[in-house]
Design a protein around this ligand. Structure first.
Ligand code: F3S
Length: 754
């Protein structure tokens, strides 16, 4: 679907020279991850070796993908860059805003109606700036990317945490915030801390009930939800080569659950078969031409301990199916131990709903294997005891599995097909009865199972397993059922067993689709108008932030001195506020409402220095803004940790906060602040935090000679007439200082100076 073969040719043409340079710089054999990263340095061929886990490096990704919830602010920002067109191929996918209620058709039409203004905006902005637009109903971002855009040896970023799904086809694919997507679309480099590497050696071969999902369920059990943080997980070995490309995608997708930067498999015959099966034989041919660069060096895989920071080995022939949960994806249970765990922990054994599909597990292979069990249920006269839903990952998969009779088979088992969208996976599930908050169990083939994620009920025990195991459990309606050894009683009172699931990696007669749901952008977008209703509550065009006035900042008021943990969630809360993520003014009403005020230990209650009264943070700040008074926010350690959402930096900027002064920053948030033209400062002496008083008026001095590595000075004028002065540090480089002066990085791009 309009994948850019010329771009892939360009990337591959660079490979031999870049790999040679990387080999020289690193001076040892290379892993696949290193080959791709070093081939995507924005500086060109490597001139130095980077330290894993330490060096910050600028990359040049090949593609950008955005889902509809995060695309809104990314694209509103991109519009500020003053470009005619995106610098790299980019796509928007409408998948997150469709609520699952009764079934695909009805749910889709309700969503189109409810989200019309968002869809109209995304469609028009895509059309204007050369971005591919996947309409609501076209499918889930990661499945659509795998089917259409992922390519071996490529590098992409996506505004969604499961972007690593494309690693199944050998691509370094990383989830980012909207500001990063905006930068890359505007032609700027993208910065990443050079990752550490975990090698997972797979031996043996899957069989019977075990599937690719069980590999990652096992890995999650070993590494836990934090174990992958800062790492890329690279899979290799004979076992890896035996897995289908979509199975590999499942494993990479769920690497997000262990916190990994991304996960990846090398290019092999299965990748080629999938590329050919999805209409990209030309990409496979190109990849074959540089195949030795699209996998790690043989020396690396022969002696992995020497080249990876950590190594895990899994024998697929011995791997058991797993069920992980509840409430966390790393609580891993081999199937043979699960029934006992259910009983011992008092989890509800009765299974209410089995849900298959999602971006994680809705390949042709997944659906066909699950359908083989549904067919058995019909043939063996078993009535499914649980409710059962199927979420296809794309219209292409849905159309094909319908053509091949699988949806019909699910229907006979009592299954309900939901829209090709995220639906229950992201809480877009109007589950009947969930509001009663009863303790109950569900099992899904999705990836996340945190409390409340699927249906909002904190007492829903959500378990994660392969589509095959989910289907078998839904037939049994009982979590203590082990399909590998237990029998079930059918309608006629006979005791029957389920045979092992069977399926096909790819459809024998190929994929088919009537309308994939893709809308190509206009060849010349200059006349296209972006549609935003000025009365909209959900969308608002951005205005450029003002440039620095050229003087020191004097007479700032203290807005809040935050105490303890202050994550991006404390700064810009999620939940109901997500609705406003395309409307900066409206979402700014959540600014810092979760931060604890150090002077009263309360949240969202700060002293208004103009009135002496206590009020909510956003309202107080709006009053300062109305009076033209700048403010300062003070914070503790690791300020701005958590999700990379750019709203946490844009809101204070929008409402007139001039600087954030903290003991230390989470790096991504610090960079986001810099991009928005804010001053991000740290106490040279962290004990100076204690000198900040509630009624302080503050000066920030030294800005006229603002330079890299040179501290600035802060003067606190206390209410009693005394004052404190101290140094504050910053990490701005020359370019970032220009962002500050211009008012934001985007202003600089717009002026053609970045
Ligand atoms: Fe959507 Fe769930 Fe995947 S929210 S993108 S289906 S993880």
């Amino acid at each position: 679907m309009a994948f850019d073969i010329e771009m892939i040719k360009d990337v591959y043409a660079r490979y031999p020279e870049r790999i040679a340079a990387a080999r020289k710089a690193v001076n040892r054999p290379l892993t696949l991850t290193e080959k791709i990263l070093y081939s995507h340095l924005s500086e060109g061929p490597a001139s130095q070796s980077f330290e894993r886990g330490k060096s910050y490096v600028d990359f040049q990704p090949d593609r950008v993908a955005m889902q509809d919830a995060t695309a809104q602010m990314a694209l509103l920002q991109f519009m500020q860059a003053g470009k005619d067109k995106v610098a790299v191929p980019s796509t928007v996918h409408c998948d997150h805003l469709i609520q699952a209620q009764v079934g695909a058709d009805k749910d889709l039409s309700v969503a189109k109606d409810k989200n019309r203004e968002v869809y109209d905006f995304l469609a028009s902005v895509s059309n204007k700036y050369g971005i591919g637009f996947w309409k609501p109903g076209a499918g889930i971002i990661h499945q659509v990317v795998l089917e259409n855009y992922a390519f071996p040896g490529g590098m992409m970023i996506g505004t969604d945490s499961h972007t690593p799904n494309a690693g199944g086809l050998g691509m370094i694919a990383i989830g980012v915030g909207g500001a990063d997507a905006c930068d890359v679309m505007a032609g700027l480099p993208w910065e990443l801390k050079f990752p550490k590497l975990i090698g997972v050696k797979l031996t043996g071969k899957l069989s019977g009930w075990t599937s690719a999902k069980d590999v990652i369920l096992k890995v999650a059990g070993i590494l836990t939800v934090k174990g992958g943080t800062g790492y890329v997980v690279e899979y290799f070995g004979d076992g890896a080569r035996s897995l289908s490309a979509t199975g590999k995608g499942t494993i990479c997708n769920m690497g997000a659950e262990i916190g990994a930067t991304t996960s990846i498999f090398g290019y092999d015959e299965k990748s080629a078969a999938y590329l050919e099966g999805t209409g990209r034989a030309d990409v496979a041919e190109l990849a074959n031409g540089i195949a030795e660069h699209l996998t790690g060096d043989p020396e690396v895989y022969a002696d992995p301990e020497k080249y990876f920071d950590q190594v895990i080995e899994i024998n697929l022939s011995e791997l058991e199916p797993h069920i992980n949960g509840p409430f966390t994806p790393d609580l891993a249970w081999p199937l043979s131990k699960f029934a006992a765990a259910v009983k011992e922990n008092g989890w509800p054994a009765k299974l209410e709903v089995g849900l298959i599909g999602s971006c994680t597990n809705s390949s042709y292979e997944d659906i066909s294997r699950a359908a083989s069990l549904a067919q058995q249920a019909v043939d063996k006269k078993l009535i499914a005891k649980s409710e059962f839903t199927i979420t296809p990952g794309s219209e292409q998969v849905r159309f094909t599995v319908e053509r091949d009779g699988f949806l019909d088979t699910f229907g006979k088992m009592g299954g309900v097909v939901l829209a090709n969208a995220c639906g229950p996976c992201i809480g877009q599930w109007a589950r009947h009865g969930a509001e009663k908050q009863e303790k109950n169990s569900i099992i899904t083939s999705f990836n996340r199972n945190f409390a409340k994620r699927a249906d909002g009920n904190p007492n829903t025990h959500a378990f994660v397993a392969s589509p095959e195991v989910v289907t078998a459990m839904a037939i049994a309606g009982d979590l203590t059922f082990n399909p590998m050894k237990d029998s079930l009683v059918n309608e006629e009172g006979q005791s029957v067993m389920l045979d092992e699931p069977k399926g096909l990696e790819l459809p024998t007669i190929g994929f088919a689709v009537e309308d994939a749901g893709y809308q190509a952008p206009a060849a010349d977008g200059s006349k296209v108008e972006v549609i935003v209703d000025p009365k909209s509550e959900r969308l608002q065009l951005l205005e450029s932030f003002p440039a620095w006035e050229g003087t020191d900042l004097k007479g700032l008021k203290l807005l809040i001195k935050a105490k303890g943990k202050c994550t991006t969630d404390h700064i810009s809360m999620a939940g109901p506020w997500l609705r406003f993520r395309g409307h900066l003014d409206n979402i700014s009403n959540n600014m810092l409402i979760g931060a604890v005020n150090a002077f009263n230990d309360e949240t969202n209650k700060v002293k208004n220095q103009l009135t002496g009264e206590y009020g909510e943070v956003p309202a107080t700040q709006r009053q300062y803004k109305a009076e033209g008074i700048g403010t300062l926010v003070v914070g503790d350690e690791n300020y701005g940790e958590g999700s990379s959402r750019e709203h946490a930096a844009m809101e204070p900027r929008f409402l007139g906060v001039r600087a954030i002064l903290v003991k230390s920053f989470a790096r991504i948030h610090e960079t986001n602040l810099k991009k928005q033209g804010m001053l991000a400062l740290t106490f040279a002496n962290p004990a100076d935090y204690d000198k900040v008083q509630e009624d302080d008026v503050i000066d920030i001095l030294g800005l006229e000679s603002f330079a890299p590595g040179v501290p600035l000075k802060v003067v606190l004028h206390h209410a009693d007439g005394s004052k404190d002065e101290f140094e504050v540090n910053h990490t701005y480089n020359e370019g970032q200082i220009e962002w500050f002066k211009a008012g934001s990085a985007l202003n600089l791009i717009k002026a053609g100076l970045a």
